[in-house]
Design a protein around this ligand. Structure first.
Ligand SMILES: Cc1cc2nc3c(=O)[nH]c(=O)nc-3n(C[C@H](O)[C@H](O)[C@H](O)COP(=O)(O)O)c2cc1C
Length: 215
């Protein structure tokens, strides 16, 4: 039985989050997560994988700039939000601050997470900044929340996800729920994003939480 390293819960609330986006479907979840974090005044390091740039274009019909400064402006304009702190990184910038274990963070969320990224992190292979940063969070015992998106999962996907869970990652697939009685897709997106950040003890948004009284 492999050893499980429990993520540290002693991360300072002053440290930034790392929000990573990879080339799986469900890019609106990442966009909403970024918006909610910035609206709450949080500090966010954002990194989109090469695949994320492709899928974003397919799902949202426009391109996200590769240049970090242009990308920061792109998000500020798109989200109509000037609060919080945002630092964008190129997908291949392995010399970025967040690529080092000595740079403190509050935790990392990968949403959505492709099976390619899941496999490479599980194998300890860091070909881009998302994978390197995930590797750093695991080795430092910091919270790493992974929202894998594929359907169906094959045995390789399931084994890779098991390896990541055993290494200390929190596996949080974006699976919708209906007990909150969502009326719009936005309601569903908010539910999924808020549940992801519950894993980092961050209460992101006003959603109807289950109290049991709804029966
Ligand atoms: C429109 C579109 C949707 C995709 N959706 C998924 C998906 O949901 N899950 C997945 O694992 N791969 C998906 N892929 C394939 C990945 O984008 C591809 O394997 C890519 O190399 C992943 O790169 P990354 O892990 O570096 O982001 C999709 C590709 C496209 C073009």
């Amino acid at each position: 039985m492999p050893a499980t390293s429990a993520p540290s819960t002693q991360q300072s609330a002053d440290h930034p989050y790392v929000l990573a986006v990879t080339g799986a479907s469900a890019q609106p979840l990442a966009e909403r997560a970024l918006q909610l974090l910035l609206q709450r005044g949080r500090s966010v390091h954002l990194v989109l994988s090469r695949g994320a740039h492709e899928v974003w274009k397919a799902e949202r019909g426009e391109s996200v700039p590769l240049d970090p400064e242009q990308q920061q402006q792109f998000w500020r304009d798109r989200l109509d939000c000037q609060s919080g702190a945002l630092q964008c990184h190129r997908f291949n910038d392995q010399a970025a601050n967040i690529a080092s274990g000595s740079y403190r963070t509050r935790g990392m969320v990968i949403v959505p997470c492709s099976m390619g990224t899941v496999g490479r992190i599980a194998a300890g292979v860091a070909t881009d900044l998302v994978e390197r940063c995930a590797d750093v969070h695991l080795k430092e015992g910091r919270p790493l929340v992974i929202a894998p998106r594929e359907m169906p999962w094959n045995l390789i996907h399931l084994r890779n996800l098991t390896n990541l869970a055993e290494a200390g990652a929190r596996i949080a697939p974006p699976i919708p729920a209906w007990y909150t009685q969502p009326r719009t897709l936005d309601d569903m997106v908010d539910f999924l994003v808020v549940r992801l950040f519950d894993g980092l003890d961050e209460d992101l948004a006003p959603i109807q939480r289950w109290t049991g009284d709804q029966r």
